[in-house]
Design a protein around this ligand. Sequence first.
Ligand SMILES: Cc1cc2nc3c(=O)[nH]c(=O)nc-3n(C[C@H](O)[C@H](O)[C@H](O)COP(=O)(O)OP(=O)(O)OC[C@H]3O[C@@H](n4cnc5c(N)ncnc54)[C@H](O)[C@@H]3O)c2cc1C
Length: 434
Amino acid sequence: MTYSKAAPRYAVGSGWNALLPRRVPHEQLPKERRYHAIVVGAGYTGLAAARRLAELMPEKDIIVIEASEIGEGSSARNSGFLSPSAIEPRPNAYGSAEDDANRKTRIVLAGLEWLRTVVEEHRIDCDWDEKAPRIVAAATRQGEHRLLSSRQALEKRNLKYLEHDAQGLRTLLGTDYYLYGYETLTRAFIQPAALIRGLADTLPSNVTVLEHAAVEAVEGSGPFKVRTPRAEFVADKVFIANNAHARALGFVADRMIIVYTYAGLTPELEDDELGRLGPLPAWGVLPPTRMGTTMRKVGRRFLIRSSWSYEKEANPKKVRSTLTRLFRRRFPQMRSYHLEHVWGGMTAITVNGGMYFGELRPGLYASVGCQGAGVLRGNIHGKLLAEMACGSQSPLLTDRLMLTGPDWIPPEPFRGIGAIARMTWEHWRAGREY
Ligand SMILES: Cc1cc2nc3c(=O)[nH]c(=O)nc-3n(C[C@H](O)[C@H](O)[C@H](O)COP(=O)(O)OP(=O)(O)OC[C@H]3O[C@@H](n4cnc5c(N)ncnc54)[C@H](O)[C@@H]3O)c2cc1C
């Protein structure tokens, strides 16, 4: 196995991936070195771009090059919420904050539609669940206040929801930790590792996947040379879909930071323990602030996601003890707080919540910076990027081209000082939402 500075490395494997049967990665170098398109990164964005390119150009050959293996990147490390919310709507040259929110909502809803179609068409077994309630719940008065304004945003976009008071939440979830919450009726949950593996396994036949091959450089300009430690490939078009690691290749370097966040999964629970997490077989709870804690009851297990670190992965022992404490705080009635799997994952964060999407230079495209909510965003942006590169036009692509990109961020040490100060402050403000 080759490690490269340009590629992500994790202390511990994805807990979701560990629940699945072993998979043999596609490590063998293909004979072919010349492709029409090379996609860098086999997360949701990269696989969606490859799928759509292959559909639009069935006669062309495409290769996806992945540094790690499918089922071990952030796309397999997340909490599995498919969230229809618009991130940080803002006014820009194309209209008001309302227009921006409407565009972002149309984009993520199209992402949900498309992903559902792909999953159904290819019968991808990823525990797709649109029944389990997805509840945004507040544990503080301040959090409750925030939810009132995010609820209004849902109303404006005709997204239906149900409200739950503290008593209702106690009945549903089995905890009296929360004061107020709303349940969005447009929602879905997935087993992330199963989804990304299924998406890779069902790519059209003109797509080759190469794993354990970190791209170390993209050189030239149509044709591009794409260098990995084991071979050099040539292509007319290159798609940068490796999230914050685009920075290591010299792309979008002054717009993104890496924030790690962490998740833990219990073993399968006995019936009586499951009953302490409420009567429903599955649910998901999101916090009202991004420094808060996410939870799921899923497949007889309990998942908790919380905590953060800037640019470096935190010590796994410390993470385990934090997640255990947060679990106990919410469910003091459990018999055990053992987490069978605890892992971290990277998110690519920008100052204003904007993603980079577009053509960096002729033939070189990128979609990076999904924040902590990239299951739908990654999928739909990968698809739209491929359509843009093929010259397709659609109202949705027009929507996307009207969104603001990420703001500039200063270099280190100012970047780190600013980011850590802001996250520490948000963490402090989150209070019991953490
Ligand atoms: C703990 C956690 C919980 C989360 N929960 C949610 C959630 O509930 N819902 C949600 O929507 N989002 C969630 N997210 C965020 C979501 O996982 C990401 O936004 C999403 O994975 C982004 O997809 P992507 O394809 O753009 O990038 P990635 O998934 O990061 O994929 C990029 C791929 O590129 C590869 N790569 C990197 N460098 C190179 C290189 N040099 N050469 C080749 N390949 C390279 C990486 O190995 C990786 O596989 C969560 C993230 C974490 C960590």
